[in-house]
Write a protein that binds this ligand. Sequence first.
Ligand code: XMP
Length: 520
Amino acid sequence: MTLKRELNKIIIIDFGSQFTQLIARRIRELGVFSEIISHKKINSKDIDKTIKGIILSGGPLNVYEIKKYSFDKKIIEKGLPVLGICFGHQILSKLNGGKVKQSKHREFGLANIYKKKDSLLIKKFFNNKNVNKVWMSHADQVSRLPSNFSVIASSSNSKFAIVENRKKNFYGVQFHPEVTHTKNGKKLIKNFIFLICKIKKNWSSKDQKIKLIKDIRDQVGSNKVICALSGGVDSSVVAQLLNKAIGKKLYCIFVNTGMLRKGEEKQVVTTFKQKLKINLIYINAEKEFISKLKNVSDPEKKRKIIGNLFIKIFERYAKKIKNVKFLAQGTLYPDLIESKSVTGSQTSKIKSHHNVGGLPKKMKLTLVEPLKFLFKDEVRKLGLELKLSKDIISRHPFPGPGLAIRMPGIINKEKINILKEADYYFIQALKDHGLYHKIWQAYAALLPVKTVGVMGDNRTYEYLCLLRAITSEDGMTADFYEFKKSFIQMISNKIVNSIRGINRVVYDITSKPPSTIELE
Ligand code: XMP
């Protein structure tokens, strides 16, 4: 059990939902401290007076399997307010004598729910016609409500869409108030934490910074730490946090994989060594990376090779520095949730982010990942709090495996050089036209297809360049950016006319989901 004892908090008991961290995030946005803990790792003895309310998350389980997963029922008998979300709502009903069964119609996506009676939980939640749009994602549902519970709202499919036992302060919602698709979802969470749990605001970017610095000190003690610095927002924020936490015991390592954006290595060395005065070791491992990736075209293999080589290099340098026990990196929550489960509960894998699933099974260094529960925009706020320059903080994300995953198929020096140029022209044009900061992430990719073109009077047979530019809040979902025709035409001409090796440009108009942001 790892709950921190010092702050009043709301605890979120995780049953393996993809959205659990979103619940925590909404509570942080409301200015309140919260902690997530797996249902397998908490028991009623852990409930102390700093805990002001409990949220039971959703999850892929069936309530009748719960015995297998051991949940201490006494946790909800401690007199604290409880809000059950989706699976959490079902387990709360079941534990109070209700019944759950598979619904006739599975409900996924938006549904209308209709208010039946008033409750503190739904203050300002419904519109003036007493209807609200919510996001459902469930196969089971409560089929018999426990006694002393009443219905606050229903949908055509879920009679018990919102329920309460006012005396016990138990609330259940069948939908997901934590996702942005649920209208006024954050208001419902706000009502629960402030009106029902009566917790006071106690959390800000500054508090977050202080806590993270303290957690780093607690974890690493007086040991030396190396930090994998890429110069992107996340690793820069991690480096600055560690710099504040342990100063000279921090050694940042910047690895030039040969697959960075044009000019990246010079820019990072200047910023960190000269401007921020951070201990920085520059390693040129270009040849090693390119030779290890020779003839590899499978995306997961590429990611694993890159992840493994990164670690090998870090371990090699850790040995040289001597007595290094820890490796710090800027893993974020979306990297983790798409690679594996976070709290020990059950979730499914989308791809191996190089700094997560791409890591070797056996590692000599222990990981320090202070940002692993945060989303990108929260990291940016933290960066400002740490006084990092706006230039660093507002940079578009760049994946650890770099251009390797923006070049489907095999990788070689010729392709890398072509891609670096295309990406440079694209990003420069976005900056020149005042578009860079309107876009969450943009890049050029080189597809493993050659097509025929005509330039001057000659036939060309060259690569296809794909441009991607997306808007997003946190990288979990994304939409393509709608450029004006004049811009997209200008950049297409510029790339084709200036770069030998590309004779055609396409623009990617898929959202995430169903696509991902990167190509591999
Ligand atoms: P996807 O492609 O999964 O990308 O939709 C979501 C965000 O994560 C970045 N990304 C990575 N970042 N290591 C990283 O540090 C990785 O292996 C990795 N793969 C994807 C991607 O650029 C986007 O911002």
